[in-house]
Design a protein around this ligand. Structure first.
Ligand SMILES: C[S@@+](CC[C@H](N)C(=O)[O-])C[C@H]1O[C@@H](n2cnc3c(N)ncnc32)[C@H](O)[C@@H]1O
Length: 251
């Protein structure tokens, strides 16, 4: 994909759906484009850009980036480990970076409440649509399939066509539209979850994000990444569990 095509693609996606793909690695974007072009049976980039600009193919393309995919209790072993670490706290400030449609911060809130730890959770995402959805706290039955039955009964209310997060759990979470590559003035936090977002980023964005996150962490606080993500060459962080990708801020 030449630079002209890439720049046009970036502008169309930003203007139509408000997502800036320049944070993502170009090879990731190129693979996704080729995948969709094959499905649409299109050989020429210009023809595909026209589809993205004028048709609902844009929705398919964005869905295919998988960048909003999330679920309650995603990677349960990570939350088991989080539960253990949380035992040392009576109060905790937590940030869910790239929270998508809210399942991750609500999972965190439920675990804290269930373990008697008071906490305030900032949940942010670059996507305005994702944050608006998350704020409602309403989920279809298929979204709660991984929620243990007893938790579902205690922290959700059955509604007409799905489940609503109980209001005392909702009150623990503040949602904000926020781009984590930009300078951050909040914090400091005891735990930061930044899961399944760095994987799509180019190296420059990745190191900007890690730096911004480190600045928002208390000494001896924890950063939790996605299971296929890792950090190298960061003097402030050391990994305490390679399986669950939990890091501690050294000072
Ligand atoms: C795959 S989801 C991960 C959701 C959740 N953390 C999880 O692991 O289930 C990645 C999220 O990162 C968000 N994101 C991407 N770039 C971002 C940025 N620069 N700042 C904040 N959020 C961003 C996307 O909008 C998306 O909702």
């Amino acid at each position: 994909m030449d630079k002209h095509v890439y720049n046009r693609l970036r502008d169309i996606i930003r203007d139509r759906v408000g997502i800036d793909i320049s944070y993502y690695s170009t090879s990731f974007i190129a693979r996704r484009i080729e995948f969709r072009m094959n499905i649409c049976n299109i050989r020429d980039y210009t023809d595909y850009l026209r589809l993205l600009e004028y048709t609902d193919e844009i929705k398919e393309f964005v869905a295919n980036l998988s960048i909003n995919v999330t679920e309650f209790f995603r990677d349960p072993d990570v939350f088991d480990r989080f539960k253990e670490l949380l035992k040392g706290y009576s109060n905790a400030r937590i940030w869910s970076v790239g929270c998508a449609s809210g399942e991750e911060p609500y999972t965190i809130a439920i675990i804290a409440k269930d373990n008697g730890v008071r906490c305030s959770i900032l949940a942010s995402d670059i996507s305005k649509n994702a944050i608006e959805y998350a704020k409602k706290g309403l989920y279809q039955s298929k979204s709660v399939r991984n929620v243990p039955k007893d938790i579902l009964a205690r922290y959700f209310t059955l509604t007409g066509d799905g489940y609503a997060v109980r209001s005392d759990v909702k009150d623990m979470v503040t949602f904000e539209v926020r781009d984590v590559t930009r300078c951050i003035n909040t914090g400091p936090f005891d735990f930061i979850f930044c899961r399944n977002m760095l994987i799509y980023m180019n190296d420059v964005s990745k190191s900007t994000i890690i730096n911004n996150i480190c600045n928002a962490m208390k000494p001896n606080s924890y950063l939790i990444l996605g299971k296929s993500e890792y950090i190298h060459n960061c003097s402030m962080l050391s990994c305490i569990d390679t399986k669950t990708k939990i890091y501690i801020k050294k000072i």
